[in-house]
Design a binder for this molecule. Structure first.
Ligand code: LLP
Length: 418
């Protein structure tokens, strides 16, 4: 998503809100995540507005971007949170989230994590297997409490997206097959220390096809009817996340309102509260990675490489999913267009941001912005090659605040002993 109202050129310089990106690079160094707070708030509000006719609770999916400042900004808007581990739960609580607006997912919750969620009094834990339901029951028994749970139903639908980010079919590890829902309900009825309060689904990510949601929703609603016929009070119907954003201008994502139009007629008369778990939609286009083009290089056949100081360690998505991210120079000027691979410095051939990309002929030492890095950028970062993690700045209007310091070499080894 190159340039919008939050990232735009003014007099040929790229800005985030009212702050010149080149100034941030100078002050904080590169590579640097730069996040627009106003963009996050605007996306959240647009989401809320689109689904307004529904009795709903929006639980931002923390895995997309869990910087404390990002979580705090959303908590202040009244947003809830979907967490997938004890660590994410800790982050949400540290950022000021209300436990009654936190839901806890994950196929591999450990006993410690289950107890942490119980002690924190989260709204519910999503259950993804029979064994896990028993484990939650035992943990709740030991804490002399009753665990509110939602069964995550795998509706077995095929959603068109990258195979690594589809989740809602029965070849995947997620959820309990809809074919086994009745058995799961029976188990919930026999366990004394779990209380079924909801049903959940999540069919995948970056889903363009609203119809795929509808198909899955029908299945979820039939499980709800079944649960109600067995006397359960299904208070929450969690429809998951996966709402798409535009990464590439030539492949624009449908507007959120398109999804809302489909969801609302189906769900507005539901007695249950509808829970949404958007991640990428809220934060995906709210950050860029600022990086310096360190070197230019050509092979003997004339193939161009632009070698930058960011790497797969800051953004894994191109390597993992061959994901497309726009890359623009921070200073706009007339220049030739070249075809180049934009690559990082990690010791992997898959460490690229773009392959055979038509792009301006940037010079060594110039700054580039890698767009749409707000979701699954920093949260999937690694220290490979002992690269310290990048710093992050949050911009709000004219203000730029360092929200995560750059990691130091000392911090890289702080937990180790010889
Ligand atoms: N709810 C559940 C249960 C999830 O597993 C996920 C994402 C979400 C909500 C949020 O999905 P979103 O609205 O952000 O699409 N690393 C991949 C995405 C993996 C998504 C994992 N689950 C990527 O970079 O595209």
């Amino acid at each position: 998503m190159p340039t919008d109202e939050f990232f735009y050129y003014k007099k040929d310089h790229l800005y985030c809100e009212d702050v010149k990106l080149a100034d941030l690079a100078e002050k904080f160094g590169t590579p640097l995540y730069v996040t627009s707070k106003s963009s996050i708030v605007a996306q959240y509000r647009r989401f809320e507005k689109a689904f307004k006719p529904l009795n709903r609770l929006t639980c931002y999916s923390v895995k997309a971007n869990y910087s404390l400042a990002v979580l705090r900004a959303l908590a202040q808007e009244g947003c809830g949170f979907d967490v997938n581990s004890g660590g994410e739960l800790f982050r949400a609580l540290e950022a000021g989230a209300k436990p009654k607006k936190i839901i806890f997912a994950g196929v591999a919750k450990t006993r410690n994590e289950i107890e942490f969620a119980l002690r924190s009094k989260v709204l519910f834990q999503k259950v993804e297997s029979f064994s896990e339901m028993r484990a939650i029951d035992e943990a709740a028994k030991s804490l002399k409490t009753v665990a509110p749970i939602a069964i995550r139903v795998n509706p077995n639908v095929v959603a068109e997206t990258h195979p690594y980010i589809t989740t809602g079919n029965d070849e995947k590890k997620f959820g309990i097959d809809d074919a086994l829902a009745e058995e799961a309900l029976s188990l919930a009825a026999t366990l004394k220390h779990v209380k079924l309060v909801g049903l959940a689904m999540h069919i995948g990510s970056q889903i363009f096809d609203a119809q795929a949601y509808l198909e899955a929703l029908f299945k979820l609603l039939s499980v709800k009817a079944l649960a109600e016929s067995k006397g359960f009070d299904v208070k929450y119907l969690d429809v998951g996340g996966g709402f798409p954003i535009t990464y590439r201008q030539t492949q624009p994502a449908p507007d959120i309102e398109v999804f809302a139009e489909k969801f609302i007629p189906l769900l507005k008369n539901q007695s249950a509260q509808i829970v949404f778990e958007p991640g990428r939609y809220i934060v995906g286009n709210a950050s860029v990675i600022l990086t310096e083009a360190l070197y230019r290089k050509q092979n003997h056949r004339g193939k161009n490489f632009v070698i930058v100081d960011a790497a797969m360690t800051e953004l894994m998505r191109p390597m993992l999913y061959e994901a497309y991210h726009d890359i623009l120079p921070v200073e706009r000027k007339e220049r030739e267009i070249i075809i180049a691979d934009v690559v990082g410095g990690a010791c992997e051939s898959g460490d690229f941001f773009a392959l055979d990309r038509e792009m301006p002929d940037v010079k060594e030492g110039e700054l580039l912005a890698i767009f749409s890095a707000g979701a699954y950028g920093a949260t999937m970062a690694s220290n490979y090659n002992a690269r310290p993690r990048a710093a992050e700045v949050m911009v709000s209007g004219k203000k730029a605040k360092l929200i995560r310091r750059r990691e130091t070499y000392k911090q890289l080894i702080q937990n180790e002993e010889i």
